[in-house]
Design a protein around this ligand. Structure first.
Ligand SMILES: Cc1ncc(CO)c(N)n1
Length: 227
């Protein structure tokens, strides 16, 4: 099955994400507060766009079951995931609303978001957009599993609940997204399946760039673009 192949193929990429500065900083608990704030500013906007992508895909599918899934995911995004963000805001002792009020699509986030929109707008079958969106929950669950398997977090560890959230709350999303991809791949040509695979691999790389964007507090370089 395509999703099983992709899980195996991306495992080394996820190990690299796990070993990069942002996740290691969360595990040690000594990550730079400004990097966490940068991540939250970018991620709050990213999740807003993820919710809009679900709405876009809802308008493109004939399947009532898929519409139901997409609606549920929008609700989860708009309410549920903020718990993970609140953990990070609390850890750096700042109000979440205050942190995210002046966010923007920093370069790596911008590229990732547009990769998903490109597939949603230019492809009829929603499986193409889903293949670009599926690494989002999968990478986070896998990174969180690795951290919880390899480390014992004290109850008062500032980021323990962030890892626990992503290790436990992504299963339904992942199962449905992989189901949509695998069902579509079963009726596609080799070339079309290759596009699903490339979308998925690129988004896994986008996940790595997104964390590194936060760790480096990446901004647009144009002089008049940071005012
Ligand atoms: C960039 C990004 N990828 C994945 C997740 C998990 O939902 C997230 N919150 N942000």
């Amino acid at each position: 099955m395509l999703s099983e192949i992709l899980k195996k193929e991306t495992e080394p990429m996820i190990e690299a994400i796990y070993s990069d500065a942002f996740i290691q900083g969360l595990i040690r608990g000594d990550i730079d507060d400004a990097a966490v704030a940068h991540y939250l500013r970018a991620d709050s906007l990213y999740l807003d766009e993820f919710a809009k992508l679900y709405a876009l895909l809802m308008s493109k599918t004939e399947s009532k079951e898929t519409v139901r899934f997409l609606m549920g995911q929008m609700a989860f995004l708009l309410d549920g995931e903020s718990e993970a963000h609140e953990v990070l805001a609390h850890a750096i002792n700042r109000s979440y609303e205050d942190i995210i009020k002046d966010g923007e699509w920093y370069p790596s986030a911008d590229h990732y978001i547009k990769h998903m929109y490109f597939n949603a707008y230019t492809r009829e079958d929603i499986a193409y957009a889903i293949s670009a969106m599926a690494p989002c929950p999968y990478v986070y669950r896998r990174v969180a599993q690795m951290a919880l398997e390899r480390h014992t977090f004290d109850t008062d560890h500032p980021y323990r609940r962030w890892f626990e959230f992503y290790a436990n709350d992504m299963n339904d999303t992942i199962d449905v997204m992989f189901g949509i991809m695998d069902d579509a791949a079963a009726h596609m040509t080799e070339k079309e399946v290759g596009i699903l695979r490339k979308n998925y691999l690129e988004s896994t790389e986008h996940e790595r760039r997104f964390f590194n964007m936060a760790a480096t507090k990446e901004r647009w370089k144009g002089a008049d673009m940071n005012d």
